[in-house]
Design a protein around this ligand. Structure first.
Ligand code: HEM
Length: 482
């Protein structure tokens, strides 16, 4: 049966449709012409179904074919990947590349954005407040360092109590480093046996281990279906539940802080936040896993190359000795130790594709056009493995960060694990302090080795963050004076 349609209206409708289609095609071709070149994908989905699990390796390979700045269509978005250090430095300075994608990290889970995810004025405001609070509670001053040293004291006691028996390092270090974030946020640590602390740590791990689902963020129009799938997928359900649990616990802590006297001093991040913003919490858990991952890579390299343990220990003997607890200030006279830390950050590159950015306006990088709302990826992996910047980039060689006479550490400008510019990681100083204090405290007290029969594997897993796949069980043998 045919509908009775007015032919004039039908012609007007068809005319409009044709004009829209031509305009869309014109814009599409125009954008495509202006964007940097790159691989073709499938209709509608673009390159999304062709992205591999280890996307950072794939992007580095594509850069060899299409050039150091290339683009592709990924789901509903244009994506530009920047793979070369000079271009990334230019991007760090570009104020039109400070925004984050508008989509959620965890599909199917709607919640208030954290600082990590915010864009525009809201991000600027929250970032300013976050930096002020971090300064007030002692980041870059000694208050927080004292508390971290206390935590490390507990951590070393736990390792001593193992009497050289096998230790699951990732587990113990995870709880200890999470405590530093708890101290920063809540003003107190959790006992390692405290179910609340263990649970928060597990929940955090659950979220970061599964966040590879973030690739769904490239298709926000299907987010409804992803939400629906969440109800049925056990992994997604676990992950969203874990995130909800973390938020519940932080809300409980915020409530506790609010119940304190109104005039109390700023002792931690939440105190500061409540005072500055007079509203509920900001970013809860960002940064909890990152330092733990780098420390796992460090341990892997300490057991693989025992000669580096010896070199660091020699430096400890020459500077602080075996009995005084190290201060972060000791780093200035511990050149090899710092070179070891820098090399660990390079080799681990735990955030190989950065946290994605979005162009808030049409802009340019190295004369390549980047239209508004393009997702922009800085490929730190490509920079940290660039053979033009590093000799034998795949090898672990701390000496590369030493001066020719091996007497001074030189931090290369090509080492950019914390990103750069106005959105640089605000936790970089805290992370470096942790890495230095944990490394030196462990080697001051113990000779570390893989347990007998344990295989030392350099396999890595990647789900947003890179991590050692399976760290061998370790033995911590207590050192004596000789
Ligand atoms: C070795 C350890 C760490 C590494 C390699 C690291 C790296 C990064 C990177 C690459 C970014 C994204 C920057 C960008 O968008 O360009 C970032 C953001 C961020 N990091 Fe870290 N981070 C580490 C530890 C920490 C710690 C300990 C904290 C907690 C205080 C922290 C808090 C944050 C926050 C809140 C953001 C979001 C900042 C924003 O979007 O404005 N990070 N980090």
């Amino acid at each position: 049966m045919f509908l009775n349609v007015n032919p004039t209206l039908f012609n007007i409708f068809c005319g409009c449709l044709t004009v829209c289609l031509i305009k869309y095609l014109f814009n599409f071709i125009n954008r495509l012409r202006k964007l940097p070149s790159g691989p073709w994908g499938l209709p509608i989905l673009g390159y999304l179904p062709l992205t591999k699990k280890d996307a950072y390796i794939q992007m580095t390979e594509l850069a060899k074919k299409y050039g150091s700045v290339f683009s592709f269509k990924c789901g509903q978005f244009d994506v530009v990947v920047i793979n070369e250090v000079k271009a990334i430095e230019e991007a760090f300075k570009n104020d039109h590349l400070l925004a984050r994608p508008n989509t959620t990290f965890i599909p199917g889970f709607e919640r208030a954005s954290s600082l990590l995810e915010m864009s525009g004025e809201l991000w600027k405001q929250h970032r300013r407040v976050a930096l002020t609070i971090l300064r007030n509670v002692g980041l870059g001053k000694s208050t927080l360092e004292t508390k971290i040293k206390e935590e490390i004291g507990h951590f070393i006691d736990v390792l001593k109590s193992t009497h050289g028996k096998e230790v699951d390092f990732k587990e113990v270090i995870g709880l200890s480093v999470a405590n530093n974030v708890s101290i920063l946020l809540f003003g107190h640590r959790f006992e390692y046996s405290d179910p609340m602390g263990i649970e928060m740590c597990c929940n955090e791990k659950q979220v970061s281990d599964n966040v590879q689902y973030f690739s769904k963020m490239f298709m926000p129009s299907i987010s409804f279906f992803v939400s629906l799938a969440t109800q049925f997928s056990s992994v997604l359900r676990k992950m969203t539940n874990s995130q909800k649990e973390i938020e519940k616990k932080i809300t409980a802590e915020v409530r506790k802080h609010k119940a304190k006297k109104a005039t109390h001093e700023i002792e931690d991040y939440i105190d500061g936040y409540l005072q500055e913003m007079d509203k509920q919490k900001d970013s809860g858990t960002t940064g909890m896993d990152t330092a733990t991952h780098v420390l796992s890579f460090m341990m892997l390299n300490l057991i693989t190359y025992p000669e580096y343990q010896q070199k660091i220990r020699n430096e400890i003997r020459q500077t602080i000795g075996l009995y005084r607890q190290p201060d972060y200030a000791d780093r200035v006279s511990m050149h090899f130790t710092m070179a070891f830390i820098y090399e660990s950050l390079r080799i681990s590159t735990i955030l190989p594709l950065n946290v994605h950015r979005r162009a808030s306006q049409d802009t340019k990088i190295m004369n390549f056009f980047i239209p508004k709302d393009t997702i922009v990826i800085f490929n730190f992996w490509a920079v940290h493995r660039d053979p033009n910047l590093w000799n034998d980039p795949h090898l672990f060689k701390p000496e590369r960060f030493l001066s020719e006479d091996k007497q001074k550490v030189i931090k290369s400008p090509n080492l950019i694990p914390f990103s750069g510019g106005k959105r640089i990681c605000p936790g970089a100083t805290l992370a470096l302090t942790e890495l230095f204090l944990y490394l030196v405290s462990m080697l001051q007290n113990f000779q570390v080795s893989a347990s007998e029969g344990e295989e030392i594997s350099h396999e890595v897993k990647y789900a947003f963050l890179r991590n050692v796949e399976k760290l061998a069980k370790l033995n911590f043998h207590i050192l004596t004076e000789n």
